[in-house]
Ligand binder design. Structure first.
Ligand code: SR1
Ligand code: MG
Length: 414
């Protein structure tokens, strides 16, 4: 399926030639530029354009989703939200977000820095690659982007305008609402899982009123809270990394929501990698590394978020400059701690939801699907599933990240 003539290399070359802002990067070398389509996502096409002097990634969003091969319409506006979010996040976390060169709404093309030699984190983790600085990098990204788009940093009027702007990202939010929170927990013809091995587990979770209540609350929070601007789809396929650099890409699902959503998606995807690693030949030490990454990520987030908090005591919601000196000194620290406890509880819930929907919903993750032996895959799926199920039906809050990683360790019996 073609779209506007740019879903293939020659169409793209013609498009660049007609765009002065893009052509300036390539000049006469455009004629000899190598162009290849390198995307493997569900929605869009990504072209790598390369000359001896310049490399660029150009993303094209057709008016349908790639996964549907042209049969399911999807607004091209998604690329506009991605461009806007990338530019904002780049300002807040410059070491971890690529530069946008141009965004052309008419052609639905987004030209940006080509990140190399980084690879998709999901693939690296599956191959047993280690990323010693990843937790530090991603916690910086999360703390910077979440804190600085929240009421703790922004003037209420600026925040409301941003919220209004991103609340128009309706169609992609609908995908999340359905695929993340509804289909897997209520039932849908689009769901798929390893049959018959997981049949009983699917019936059990879909008929559990405690799980249903928790997931409904998490969904309602996603729909109604506007804590901070989220990436909205922060999984290990949305990250490009080497052992010493990390870039977050693909924020087309960006919208305001609970901070725990982004953190939980990230943790959920790391946990999926943890549970399937033995099937890829990963060692105990490599699995421990993933749990350690989750713990360091959360602890780094807390510490960096608290630093932002201390520096912004007179900003955003705490702009008390015009008020008399507070009688209760230290009260805001107590609020910080209770706020972060809520973020952790939310993150654990969203992580569990992500694990479940990636195992039995429509959009799976390749590290599980790559295991062709059904019984082997089902054994690891069942362990991850049971772990997530327990988290969702537990009446006790997780109040330290180590409690959650301990449960994961106990559930993964190899
Ligand atoms: C139809 S899109 C399915 C999934 O792919 C994206 O990466 C999101 O995770 C979405 O839920
Ligand atoms: Mg994506």
């Amino acid at each position: 399926q073609d779209n506007n003539g740019v879903s293939n290399s020659e169409g793209l070359r013609g498009h660049i030639a007609a765009q002065p802002d893009l052509l300036v990067h390539f000049g006469a070398d455009l004629d000899v530029a190598e162009i290849s389509e390198i995307g493997d996502g569900n929605l869009n096409f990504i072209f790598h354009v390369r000359t001896p002097k310049v490399q660029m990634a150009i993303k094209h969003a057709p008016s349908w989703s790639r996964i549907s091969r042209g049969t399911r319409a999807l607004t091209r506006d998604r690329l506009g939200f991605e461009a806007r979010a990338l530019r904002l996040f780049r300002e807040l976390a410059p070491l971890h977000v690529p530069t946008v060169y141009t965004y052309d709404a008419d052609a639905s093309m987004l030209a940006m820095e080509f990140i190399t030699p980084h690879e998709i984190l999901r693939k690296g983790l599956m191959a047993g690659q280690e990323y010693p600085d990843f937790a530090d990098h991603i916690s910086t990204y999360l703390a910077n982007c979440l804190f600085n788009t929240s009421d703790f940093a922004l003037k209420p009027s600026d925040k409301r305008q941003l919220v209004a702007e991103f609340s128009r990202n309706v169609e992609l939010c609908e995908i999340t609402e359905r695929l993340v929170f509804t289909d897997a927990f209520v039932g849908s013809d689009d769901n798929r899982w390893t049959r018959p091995q997981l049949d009983a587990a699917v019936v059990r979770i879909q008929s559990d009123p405690i799980v249903r209540m928790r997931v409904e609350q998490l969904k309602l929070d996603f729909l109604t809270r506007t804590d901070a601007l989220l990436h909205g789809d922060l999984h290990t396929g949305s990250i490009m990394a080497t052992s010493d650099e990390t870039f977050v890409i693909d924020p087309e699902f960006a919208v305001f929501g609970p901070m725990g959503f982004d953190i939980g998606m990230m943790i959920g995807n790391l946990l999926l990698g943890f549970f399937i690693l033995p099937a890829h030949g990963g060692s105990d030490a490599q699995r421990e590394n993933i749990l350690n990454t989750i713990e360091t990520l959360w602890e780094g987030f807390v510490q960096k978020f608290a630093t932002h908090w201390q520096k912004n005591r007179d900003g955003g919601v705490f702009a008390y400059a015009n008020f008399a000196a507070p009688v209760l000194s230290g009260a805001t620290d107590a609020f910080l701690h209770s706020y972060l406890a809520r973020v952790l509880d939310d993150a654990v819930g969203y992580a569990a939801v992500e694990v479940v929907r990636r195992l039995i919903g429509r959009a799976h993750v390749p590290e599980f699907d790559a295991i062709k032996d059904d019984d082997l895959r089902a054994r690891h799926e069942a362990q991850a599933f049971q772990f997530a199920y327990n988290l969702l039906r537990s009446e006790e809050n997780i109040n330290a990240i180590g409690q959650m990683t301990a449960q994961a360790r106990a559930a993964c019996t190899v």
